[in-house]
Design a protein. Structure first.
Lengths: 250, 401
């Protein structure tokens, strides 16, 4: 599904990602952990194609396609979804209208028929209900006046409606209380299947307890320095990132 | 600038009709005060020099284009090339149109050179109409102001619109000028006690120079609401002043202007709280693209003794290109003590983060930008009622995004 090879990403003159390798297979859920400033969000933005995040070396292959050649909207249509750490407020644009336009733009790009409004509303309502979100949010402007938790849950609603092949979730758990965290985890688990893959960027073990990732990676200074199973995240939770330094010195 | 004056108002061409004395007096004032230039505060960002170069013909063509059909039932008063043909009207019950009496036009004062265009109108108007609305209207009343593509004359329409006590009406000025003339309108609107007017100004002009001065007076417990969608023109200058004359008067202005390359749109609004226990609210948004130029000057004036008045003025503006320009000036003048008055003004550009967010969801750049522009500009139109009116205005807005 996703093959990242020796990726280097710079913002301006500063190199943030310094030779990252990662391979994500169909249906897999990978967790990426790491201290602040290690390059986690930069990886998310580079995958989604944000302007100013320059790929100076290496490659990103998504389903056999060179992802770096595509515009952000083409990446979306190809099946990539990024859940933002800080979802953006779009004043004056109705949530339902936005989501339906986005879905239809993707379908059009793939040569598919537009979705009819009944099917669309049914899908959105189901995901809203499963995340215990008020249907009135559909009529409100995108993320405007949403609480921090509502914004994060809204990202999961969008993911459920857009049905990506690969979802990159950037700290979707941060700022959530325990109940909301559980709902978000359930929302993610409900979307898991043998064809859909996830890259979950997080600081905390708690979300991973619910998700049971197939692989856990530790990102430090722009490189993956450690990979393992869920036991790795448990160790990080217990010992912090300091053990990495101890290991690299040893 | 006296060349312009002699071109626009040669003394020899003043009509010697029953308004003759009024015209001569106005002409005298015009000559005495002269024309505004960029040193005239109220005309600081809008130059009328373009009139110097414009070849204006003496008379307009006889036929003007039809206004676009509205998506709801309405009664239409056509004003073609600045003229209303009273024989072709089919007015609803409770509405009458009659020529203004000279007595209604004496003792008018438009001040010094800042009011030159109003003096010019008074000297040269072709028709002066009194439109009286005596009964609550079931359907919107539309003033369809159109001109044809070969229209290159100057016209000076004059209107006095009166709402009787307790009457409710929706009045739509649908302005679609396709020519390259000068349209110089003076309009007075009076709301008697307890009346309600929704006043829509929907403008989409071509190359004309369009100057409109609208003065609204609001009596006790009357409610004036303006919904403006200005899609620009070569040069548009709109003055809108709302005078809250008696306790309980309410005045609201919601406006959006979208200004594209080679367009210049200048809105000067003023809300005057002449007595206490009066309320006002204004929200105005401008988007300028290409080489478009926008001006918004919003004045709130709360006079001495107008206690317990409340006022809120907000303007937000969006520059869509490097060469677009927007000049904004909110002005609050408060001479009363027990009042609440707030104002806010912002000017900015489309946010890259918002554009990126929409693109990651699959929207192509053009579509994402149109959505962001719509989100910015549609807010003031949300207050338009009934729903069919709001839908029409937002649909009109979408056609230019």
């Amino acid at each position: 599904m996703l093959k990242i090879n020796n990726l280097h990403v710079a913002i301006g003159d500063t190199e943030i990602i310094k030779g990252l390798d990662l391979e994500v297979g169909s249906g897999e859920l990978h967790a990426i952990m790491g201290p602040n400033g290690s390059g986690k969000s930069t990886l998310g933005y580079a995958l989604a194609g944000r302007e100013g995040y320059e790929i100076t070396a290496g490659s990103i292959e998504f389903e056999g396609q060179d992802l770096t050649e595509l515009e952000p909207e083409e990446r979306a249509a190809a099946g990539l979804f990024l859940a933002f750490q800080y979802p953006v407020e779009i004043p004056g644009v109705n949530n339902a209208y936005f989501l339906r336009s986005a879905l239809n733009a993707q379908r059009k790009a793939r040569g598919e028929e537009e979705i009819d409004s009944i099917t669309f509303l049914k899908t959105v309502r189901e995901s809203l209900n499963s995340l215990k979100m008020d249907e009135a949010l559909l009529k409100r402007a995108v993320n405007e006046g949403f609480s921090g938790g509502e914004k994060k849950r809204n990202e999961i609603v969008q993911m459920a409606v857009l049905q990506p092949k690969l979802a990159v979730l950037d700290e979707t758990d941060s700022g959530l209380d325990i109940d909301a965290l559980k709902l978000v985890a359930e929302g993610i688990n409900a979307q898991r299947n043998a064809q859909r893959s996830f890259v979950v960027i997080t600081h905390y073990q708690r979300l991973l307890d619910y998700l049971a990732p197939d692989h856990v990676h530790v990102l430090s200074d722009g490189r993956i320095v450690e990979s393992g199973g869920q036991e790795l995240s448990e160790r990080l939770e217990a010992e912090g990132y300091s053990f990495l330094e101890a290991e690299s010195e040893a | 600038m006296s060349a312009i004056l002699n071109k626009l108002a040669p003394e020899s061409e003043l009509a010697d009709d029953r308004y003759g004395d009024i015209r001569r007096r106005a002409h005298q004032r015009l000559m005495q005060y002269g024309f505004p230039d960029l040193k005239t505060e109220a005309w600081k960002y809008t130059s009328l020099r373009v009139l110097e170069k414009r070849e204006l013909s003496a008379t307009g063509p006889s036929e003007a284009g039809q206004p676009a059909t509205l998506p709801f039932e309405a009664d239409v008063i056509p004003m073609a090339n600045g003229l209303i043909d009273p024989d072709r009207l089919n007015l609803p019950a409770g509405v009458r149109l009659e020529p203004m009496a000279p007595a209604d036009l004496i003792n008018l004062d438009y001040g010094d050179r800042a009011g030159a265009m109003a003096w010019l109108n008074l000297a040269r108007f072709e028709q002066a109409w009194r439109l009286v609305i005596d009964a609550t209207l079931e359907r919107p009343l539309v003033l369809a102001m159109t001109s044809s593509s070969d229209f290159a004359a100057s016209v000076h329409p004059r209107l006095q619109i009166e709402l009787a006590a307790g009457v409710e009406a929706v009045l739509i000025e649908q302005q679609a000028d396709r020519g390259a003339g000068l349209i110089n309108i003076v309009e007075d609107i009076a709301l008697a006690r307890g009346s309600k007017l929704r006043h829509v100004i929907q403008r989409r002009n071509a190359d004309s120079i369009w100057v409109q001065r609208t003065r609204v007076t609001v009596s006790a417990d009357a409610d004036y609401r303006c919904h403006a969608l200005d899609l620009g023109g070569r040069l548009v200058r709109q003055d809108l002043s709302v005078h809250l004359l008696e306790a309980g008067a309410n005045g609201e202005i919601d406006g959006v202007a979208f200004i594209d390359s080679k367009q210049h749109v200048d809105w000067h609004t003023a809300i005057d709280h002449e007595v206490g226990h009066t309320n006002s609210r204004e929200s105005f948004r401008i988007m300028a693209d290409g080489t478009g130029v926008g001006v918004f000057n919003g004045r709130i004036h709360i006079q001495r003794g107008a206690d317990d008045s409340h006022s809120d003025l907000n303007t937000a503006n969006l520059l869509l290109s490097e060469s677009a320009r927007i000049n904004i000036k909110p002005e609050l003048e408060i001479y009363a003590e027990e009042v609440t008055a707030s104002h806010g003004a912002t000017i900015g550009q489309l946010e890259d983060s918002a554009l990126f967010y929409l693109r990651t969801r699959g929207l192509p750049v053009d579509q994402a930008m149109a959505l962001l522009k719509y989100g910015f500009a549609a807010a003031p139109l949300e207050n338009a009622e009934p729903e069919a009116l709001r839908d029409w205005l937002t649909a009109e807005l979408e056609t230019v995004l």
